[in-house]
Design a protein around this ligand. Structure first.
Ligand SMILES: [Zn+2]
Length: 306
């Protein structure tokens, strides 16, 4: 079985990614008009389809996207090919990239290098098949309800799905990368990343008092408020440390060394997962670039006021 019930109408599908499981979670919210959230890259779509079959779902109403990074939404076109009755449900800022994914693909290629090819083919969507979300919109799935919350920070086009009856939040990457084994969470901060927005987003999610938090990478936790609070603390530590490093004129690897020194939780999570070490430097570029931009803005402002 690739699918498992989390609680109430919410299911997790763990599609294999080139033979590995536990890479990217696809969520399904069952109802008379079901939604599948984050089909994953194209190479994971066959597994997501198998999960739907296991759940007895023949017709989909929506393919929801927490954001359009290719590891979450790259396979949306393939899912729509298999379920032409469904609409892709995405943040308005995401639409142009779903129709023409060339810029998205180019930046993913830069980030992932040769590993990019493992995502499979990326094709544009027919704009008629995309429904733009509204912040706070409530979707009636006929037997289940989902409220959509725009959750910028990790991506400007980020959105999360809130299931109010069982208090479940499905959030893509804005809660970090979660380890089921240790419960540890690793910040995901590739460019363009906005830590101020990301922290505001976490405050709003914590204020919902969710019971269960569902991560893109990977799995879910019943300790939602604590997990979101923990991640907020991690992001604050990272933002402070990176600012210190940038002020001292450190380069990327210098900043990375400083983070490792300042953050004992980071040292632990590196021991848990090789891929975190491999993508460490590209992952912090977003936070470093934002910090440089912010310091420059502040300097220009104070020069202007003198
Ligand atoms: Zn992402």
């Amino acid at each position: 079985m690739l699918s498992q019930q989390i609680l109430g109408p919410v299911y997790l599908v763990d599609s294999p990614y080139h033979g590995s499981q536990g890479v990217l979670g696809t969520y399904v919210v069952k109802g008379g008009e079901p939604m599948l959230i984050d089909p994953g890259p194209t190479t994971q779509v066959p597994g997501a389809l198998e999960g739907l079959r296991e759940l007895g779902i023949r017709q989909l109403r929506y393919v929801g996207l927490t954001h359009i990074h290719l590891d979450h939404g790259g396979g949306a076109w393939k899912m729509i090919e298999a379920h032409p009755e469904a609409d892709v449900y995405a943040h308005p800022k995401a639409v142009e990239h779903l129709v023409d994914p060339s810029r998205l693909a180019a930046s993913a290629k830069q980030f992932f290098g040769p590993a990019f090819d493992k995502y499979g083919e990326v094709r544009g969507l027919n704009p008629m098949k995309i429904q733009e979300s509204r912040n706070g919109e409530v979707l009636d799935l006929q037997g289940a309800t989902l409220k959509v919350l725009w959750t910028p920070g990790h991506a400007s086009h980020g959105q999360s799905f809130w299931e109010p009856d069982y208090r479940i939040i499905i959030l893509g990457d804005c809660g970090g990368s979660y380890s089921r084994r240790s419960g540890n969470i690793f910040p995901i901060t590739p460019p363009p990343f906005n830590p101020d927005r990301a922290i505001e987003t976490l405050d709003r999610l914590i204020a919902l008092r969710p019971e269960i938090v569902c991560y893109g990478h990977f799995g879910f936790s019943y300790d939602a408020v604590k997990k979101l609070g923990f991640y907020k603390g991690e992001l604050e530590t990272w933002a402070e440390t990176v600012e210190k490093g940038v002020r001292e004129g450190l380069d990327l690897s210098g900043v990375w060394e400083m983070l490792k020194e300042q953050d004992p939780i980071l040292r632990l999570s590196l021991d848990e997962d090789d891929s975190r070490r491999r993508t460490a430097i590209p992952n912090i570029i977003g936070l470093v670039e934002y910090t440089k931009w912010k310091l420059k803005e502040e300097a220009a402002k104070s020069a202007g006021s003198q």
